[in-house]
Design a protein around this ligand. Sequence first.
Ligand SMILES: Cc1ncc(COP(=O)(O)O)c(C=O)c1O
Length: 394
Amino acid sequence: MPASHKILECVEKSSWIRKMFEEGILRKKKYGPENVFDFSLGNPNLEPPPSFNRVLNEMVNDTRPGLHGYMPNAGFVETRQSVAGYLNKSNRPNFTAEEIVMTVGAGGGLNIVLKTILNPGEEVIIPSPYFVEYNFYLDNHQGVPQIVSTKSDFSIDCEVIQEAITEKTRAVLINSPNNPTGKVYGEDELKELGSILSHYTKKFGSPIYLISDEPYRKIIYDGVSVPSIFDVYNESLVVTSFSKDLSLAGERIGYVAANPDMSDKKSVLAGLVLCNRILGYVNAPALMQRVVSDLLEKSVEISTYKKKRDMICDSLASFGYDFIKPEGTFYVFPRTPVEDDVAFVTALQDENILTVPGSGFGGPGHFRIAYCVSDDVINGSLPGFERVMKKYRG
Ligand SMILES: Cc1ncc(COP(=O)(O)O)c(C=O)c1O
């Protein structure tokens, strides 16, 4: 057997999105790509903004020596200074380059944070539904996920989190705006979470970190704002990337920002920098570091995603689907009209509509639609969504 038992098990566990992806390839071949409506992947369909191409061209033509070599493992100082300056516009603590580590996307960032803080067997509390890869990331660093429920509107339930805290708890990992629900956590709930974590940090004499995974921070609608976790709790780290807001998912660029007021900042930062190297990344891609440094304020046209959200949500509502209207991201997470979300997703598949069962995100009885697709895909899928709901509801 070429792959280890453990990895084969992981391959099997991660099979939902993969299955849908493979199903999509088969169906596109059989029925023609224009007749298959693929909502399975969170791969942004918008091109990066024109400013990206302009800055990229400038950087490509910069022939100063040393721009493509190794660098400090945390990344170029100039880029980290720009990120710190950007964060200082909207956060209370004062960042310097020291607290910023450029990473290989948010995935790379989460892995260096977890590797830095986790001792074997320590627990990380994760509100569900959640981004499926977290389980694998935790396993990479011998962490143990403690999955807790959220409220009916997908907001965090601080009471449930408090009940899950033990002396083994090393972190709480949140994601807002949330994949797969589109929920944005409010200031009051984050303040409450911050004060609970402060209490237990004092009680146990060792920090419980709050890690906020925020690659969708700029993809928000209807004037909603995403509160800063730095303002509510000192033992906090933000992990983010430019994968979604600049549509640079394939370029693998992001960063970790550690709260400047964190108690063991020196050791945490030293750990992050070392882990950036020893996990095999060595540093974040050099060219992209220099490019995003000039694009921190930019994003794709968010109104385009809002239009897509409204197109799909208005139609689903009129067909009788039940869902919380997403406040951000490009996902919607409706309830399935039957308990068996896999059966419902299979029924959609029979209409050539590819979605992902909520069970794959710790949210059974739901399914995820990633609407970062063309308007044609949305429009083409609507009769199928209506037929399937009619079939179940009569
Ligand atoms: C919630 C969440 N976190 C992290 C990631 C990973 O992002 P990146 O591609 O920047 O590594 C994703 C990607 O879909 C995501 O949805």
